[in-house]
Write a protein that binds this ligand. Structure first.
Ligand code: ADP
Ligand code: ZN
Length: 436
């Protein structure tokens, strides 16, 4: 099923024409309503009429998270306060929160795009969907909530916390879908196990997982443990919230709602646009937003736009899964290291639970990397019985990490349930170098 065939399956020419028209309109709108954009355009000698087609977008200046912070709280808001019906804030994973205001029309478009996502996952009006992203300033909870309601499925606003009660509701109400972070999905799976609930007692079919990077191995683990199919859901508050892109049944990249959010991929160092297929920093321009439109917003998320058409029939361009954030990238002894690389190694070994932590330090001017990983309960008991087993396991993981990361890491195995659980986005890196 496709929620909005008109928009999701447009021909490339039609889509480009629509994007160009909308781009011109939004540029004109911010030029007259946001001094920040007007100043930036004037510095480049640009007026709104210079922007007529979607290709003209490269003439426009970039916007960064710092610009949003410098203009805190309402400096980039384009609509008058009387038109703003809701405010959210980014979760501040990498610093202070940024404030985003939405008009009634923005909320309607958000719900529409969220309905596209859910329909692509196979959700229908017959489903009972639990939203377990945090409700509140974070866009995850309310964003997904309105989407479920908009498409006519039943929403259960479970939010995070109180996981035992939630697990019971999932069983008792026959909840068929859940939206949450992949880390919360695992936490939920552990809780369900602990409570003695079997996955056969549950009716879960679909998971809408996002808000943090996750790997294919993580997907397998969650699917196996909760007995559902996990789909990617991507978004960010500066652009809208969850709904910016979504996987379809083909699960080969996530379709972008590109009639509303225009994507580009740039080289994060030179800021030059990169050709389709190359990995770089994802940049979005909102084409229809009224509250706080953004021009060429640098997400710092690293991925590629995919070429070719999708078998599902949607023509909307797809993005690969997020490899990490350009600011998530650790440079250890001169080598680029992403937490997701460690995750894929840890999850490829059945002895380990998907719980890990990277600790980076500098000792005698030399960078060090320590990877802490939790052993699964069943292996832990076995390992304790066999002398040398833990040691051998540490060595095995260290060897695999060295192969993938090209630098050596010290491995510290931890007992089951000792690495802190997260219900929202998980923090997986402690970089002690920045504190020194
Ligand atoms: P922040 O975490 O920057 O304070 P948000 O709460 O708006 O602000 O989170 C948006 C960010 O979350 C994205 O820029 C991206 O880094 C991450 N994110 C969201 N969805 C996904 C996803 N499906 N896969 C990977 N990363 C995601
Ligand atoms: Zn598709």
């Amino acid at each position: 099923m496709i929620w909005n065939r008109n928009k999701e399956c447009m021909s490339r020419d039609e889509m480009s024409a629509l994007q160009g028209k909308r781009l011109h309109k939004v540029v004109e709108y911010v030029y007259h309503n946001v001094p920040f954009y007007r100043d930036k355009m004037q510095q480049l000698g640009l007026i709104p009429d210079d922007i007529q087609t979607i290709e003209d977008i490269t003439k426009l200046p970039f916007t960064t998270k710092k610009d949003l912070r410098d203009n805190y709280p309402f400096g980039l808001q384009a609509a008058p306060q009387s038109e703003i019906v809701r405010i959210h804030a980014s979760s501040g994973t990498t610093g202070n929160a940024t404030i985003v205001g939405y008009t009634r029309k923005d909320i309607a478009i958000w719900s529409e795009c969220m309905s596209r996502c859910l329909t692509a996952y196979g959700v229908t009006r017959d489903d009972i969907f639990s939203v377990s992203y945090g409700y509140g300033l974070f866009t995850g909870g309310l964003g997904a909530h309105y989407g479920v309601e908009n498409m006519g499925a039943t929403v259960v606003p479970a939010s995070t916390g109180n996981t035992e009660k939630h697990a019971k509701l999932i069983r008792d109400l026959g909840i068929t879908g859940i939206a949450c972070t992949p880390s919360y999905a695992l936490y939920l799976a552990e809780t369900i196990d602990r409570m003695g609930i079997k996955k056969e007692d549950l009716k879960l079919k679909v998971g809408a997982f996002g808000a943090e990077p996750w790997t294919e191995n993580m997907r397998k683990e969650i699917q196996e443990r909760l007995g559902l199919k996990g789909y990617n859901l991507y978004g960010l508050s500066e652009v809208m919230g969850p709904c910016v892109s979504y996987e379809c049944k083909c699960q080969h990249g996530s379709h972008i709602c590109e009639d509303h959010f225009y994507p580009e991929i740039i080289n994060p160092v030179t800021l030059e646009p990169l050709p389709k297929g190359q990995t770089g920093e994802l940049v979005f321009t909102t084409l229809t937003k009224e509250g706080m439109p953004v021009l060429r917003y640098r997400t710092r998320d690293l991925c590629a736009l995919m070429e070719g058409e999708c078998e599902c029939g949607r023509t909307a361009v797809r993005m690969t899964s997020i490899k990490g954030r350009s600011d998530d990238m650790l440079i250890i002894r001169g080598i680029n290291v992403f937490p997701s690389q460690v995750e894929s190694v840890v999850l490829s070994m059945e002895e380990f639970a998907p719980r890990y932590m990277l600790i980076v330090d500098r000792v005698n001017n030399l960078d060090t990397l320590t990877v802490q990983v939790e052993i699964r309960q069943e292996y832990f008991e076995k390992a304790l019985d066999t002398i040398g087993e833990i040691d051998a396991l540490e060595k095995k993981l260290a060897r695999k990490l060295q192969n993938v990361l090209s630098i050596s890491a010290k491995v510290q195995l931890k007992e089951p349930n000792t690495i802190e659980r997260s219900q929202g986005k998980s923090a997986r890196v402690i970089d002690k170098r920045v504190l020194k």
